[in-house]
Design a protein around this ligand. Structure first.
Ligand SMILES: C[S@@+](CC[C@H](N)C(=O)[O-])C[C@H]1O[C@@H](n2cnc3c(N)ncnc32)[C@H](O)[C@@H]1O
Length: 259
């Protein structure tokens, strides 16, 4: 029988990112996001919060060895894994750095991407201001973020689903940043030239458990007094039996520095 998980157990972040990128929803949005950024051979592309290098190879292929890719992350373990994965791409450089104060000169990149980074960032406004500085006139910024306050999970116990989704959204530092992307880009001086809001849909418990940590987060919500333990246990059992449905809205915005 499905059980509440250990509330203290956190998934390995590198394995988590690999699993998320391998879901059909992950593959699809990453492909569309790269297309929308219109990366061309010979360009300089920045991937801020590149993590273990999830997207560096596809960007490196798009710029070809005539261009260059700079991956930046503030987590040394992520950079070790990114360097391992990028060993065959001499035109990919990996830098330890903070997205709030990029270790780069002014107007030196053609494209920059932020893929699920702003949701975790202390000050998205400062990050966008620094990106405005490093992207050259005519260059473009792509941002992709979930809006955790749109998370919905179907169950007969609507109140427990709602308490769970509210708990998860509140735990993310900038849980509503997805819906804010276009406004924040405009406030930072970019011209928004494209956006999409797509429903990410999970119809099997196993994938949703991997991405949303249903058992772990339910246990945390119980510990925090936000969910009743027995009710949460029955909720999980019904979700596991199915039919299962969860969904949240995932936003992408493409913005340009006016030339
Ligand atoms: C959810 S992961 C996304 C990784 C990658 N973009 C992907 O799509 O797989 C967020 C990444 O942002 C990095 N990060 C968070 N805050 C940062 C900051 N202030 N400066 C640089 N990187 C940061 C984390 O270390 C992590 O690798």
């Amino acid at each position: 029988m499905i059980q509440l998980a250990d509330a203290d157990r956190t998934p390995d972040p590198i394995q988590y990112l690999a699993a998320a990128a391998a879901t059909s929803a992950g593959v699809e949005y990453k492909r569309q996001f790269l297309d929308a950024l219109d990366v061309q051979p010979g360009q300089v592309v920045l991937d801020i919060g590149c993590g273990p290098g999830t997207d560096l190879a596809s960007v490196a292929v798009a710029v070809t060895d005539q261009g260059s890719v700079v991956g930046i992350d503030n987590d040394p373990d992520m950079l070790v894994e990114a360097r391992r994965r990028m060993a065959d791409f001499s035109w990919v450089e990996l830098l330890a750095g903070d997205a709030h104060a990029l270790p780069l000169g002014d107007a030196c990149v053609d494209r920059a991407r932020l893929d699920r980074v702003l949701q975790h960032i202390e000050d998205p406004r400062r990050v966008l201001a620094d990106l405005r500085r490093v992207i050259r006139p005519g260059g473009m910024l792509g941002m992709a973020e979930p809006d955790w306050y749109t998370l919905a999970i179907d169950d007969t116990d609507v109140a427990t689903s709602r308490a769970f989704t509210q708990f998860v959204a509140d735990k993310v530092r900038n849980g509503a940043v997805g819906r804010q992307l276009a406004r924040r880009a405009t406030e930072a001086g970019f011209v928004v030239c494209g956006m999409s809001a797509a429903a990410m849909v999970f119809r099997d418990f196993v994938t949703a458990e991997q991405i949303l940590g249903l058992r772990r987060n339910a246990a945390r919500a119980v510990s925090a007094g936000e969910l009743d333990g027995e009710r949460a246990q029955r909720w999980l059992e019904r979700l596991d039996r199915g039919p299962f449905l969860s969904t949240f809205t995932f936003f992408t915005v493409i913005a340009q520095v006016a030339s």
